[in-house]
Design a protein around this ligand. Structure first.
Ligand code: ATP
Ligand code: MG
Length: 414
């Protein structure tokens, strides 16, 4: 048998129901903030990510699924959404003299080591805001996330970590200082960090190597390079978050993996999923639009990892969500199938999820099926019911059964 590709995960019905619950909570909140949805392609020119995410990032160096098109173009499955989103808005002239607050969702692809909470195809919902320079939008995006966790009932299981990288200039100055400090110790660094010394020195701060971390103890710290403007922006953000009662932890080591961040960076982290604990990451990327060929435009966004959020929801709320059907319609013989369809249709009009029993058989067997699919109600249609224009309804949770007029059905199971 041909099996699924490693790291490409099947989301089976029970999990898919929770997935939808999570995704619809996220959408509900985004709608409430009036963010507008975009649908973006899964394939882009490789160059978009090389420029947008950064040549020297793990993502572009070793995690992309790249392929050559039949006409020789190098294309890649998107590893993240921000670069595509910026490309689409610039290409379609939607950033010209206007602000935008948008979101998108869908699969992303990274060639990583698969494990629980880390897959090679995974889903994100990303939100981005363009044209706003102040910390008010940073605060809105963070508050939006907080509202999502609230709606999902996982607020007490996540914490917000926050940092500022300063302006692009500050980041560059820090980078130079870090390189100057580390270069004499070059040979003592782990091989990845040695490589990054030229390509992406900030990422050395993330190294898991003990010896490298030891060397970093006396390294210059980013915070000393953050300029007054960036400090003011960051202080402003903290005041806004405090005003909204959103708790956070300052983490001066938080740098994030993508190259394009400046100023604010943040992550929402849980302790309940082991080492795959970041369920959402984001920040400000004021330089990206220009880097991708647009006019300089301030921008800020986040991306929620749907797979991990769903795993966390499962850890916190074992019993939810409900089954596939709310109502299961049983019928006593073939002559009643038409009535069964008509009852089901009426209930569907009232937004119920209704399964009609298929294949006949004894009532006992039909009720067993009703239980198996998680229905809350069974409807039983016999000759008496159909003759009298009534239906028998059985509440499967407590076993209570009664017969009601057909016209009262919708209210009875409401
Ligand atoms: P990590 O540090 O866990 O690798 P990241 O910094 O690479 O995450 P981002 O690029 O910021 O992640 O993506 C935003 C979110 O997408 C992450 O917080 C996470 O929830 C989710 N995510 C990223 N990579 C994966 C993956 N391989 N499988 C599942 N979810 C992922
Ligand atoms: Mg990663």
């Amino acid at each position: 048998m041909v099996q699924a590709v490693r790291g490409m995960r099947d989301v089976l019905p029970a999990e898919a129901r929770r997935w939808r619950l999570v995704e619809s909570a996220i959408r509900k909140v985004l709608d409430g903030y009036a963010y507008e949805e975009l649908y973006l392609p899964v394939l882009e020119f490789t160059e978009l990510f090389a420029r947008g995410v950064g040549e020297a990032t793990d993502i572009v160096e070793k995690e992309m699924y790249s392929l050559e098109d039949r006409n020789g173009d190098s294309l890649s499955l998107r590893p993240e959404g921000t670069a595509s989103c910026v490309r689409a808005l610039v290409e379609n002239g939607l950033l010209f003299n206007q602000t935008q607050r948008v979101f998108y969702s869908g699969p992303m692809f990274r060639y990583e080591k698969p494990q629980r909470g880390r897959y090679r195809q995974f889903n994100q919902v990303g939100a981005e805001a363009f044209g706003f320079a102040g910390p008010d939008i940073d605060a809105e995006l963070i508050a939006l996330c907080a509202d999502v966790w609230e709606r999902l009932g996982i607020t007490r299981h996540v914490r917000l970590e926050l940092n500022t990288l300063g302006s692009a200039g500050a980041r560059q100055a820090y980078r130079d200082a870090l390189v100057a400090y580390l270069t004499p110790y070059r040979n003592e660094l782990d091989p990845d960090s040695q490589r990054r010394l030229e390509s992406n020195p900030l990422r050395i701060l993330d190294s898991k190597n003990d010896r490298t971390q030891k060397l970093l103890e006396h390294a210059p710290v980013l915070q000393d390079f953050v300029d007054a403007d960036a400090r003011e922006h960051f202080d402003g953000l903290q005041v806004l978050l405090e005003g909204r009662g959103i708790e956070f932890v300052l983490n001066p080591r938080l740098v994030r993996g993508l190259d394009y961040y400046t100023h604010t960076v943040f992550e929402w982290i849980t302790e309940d999923l082991g080492s795959q604990g970041t369920i959402c990451g984001g920040g400000r990327y004021d330089g990206l639009v220009e880097r991708l060929g647009g006019r300089a435009t301030p921008a800020c966004g986040f991306s929620i990892g749907v797979d991990r959020t769903q795993l966390l929801h499962e850890v916190v709320h074992q019993d939810e969500p409900a089954g596939a059907a709310q109502v299961y319609v049983c019928w006593m013989h073939d002559g009643l199938l038409g009535a069964a369809f008509s009852v089901a249709g009426e209930l569907r009009e009232a937004d119920a999820a209704v399964r009609v029993h298929m294949g006949g058989g004894a009532l006992k067997k039909q009720l067993k099926r009703a239980d198996d699919c998680g229905a809350e109600w069974a409807i039983i249609l016999g000759d008496d019911e159909v003759g009298n224009d009534t239906v028998t309804i059985k509440h499967l949770v407590d076993g209570e059964q009664k017969t009601v007029a057909r016209s009262e059905l919708v209210t009875a199971i409401g």
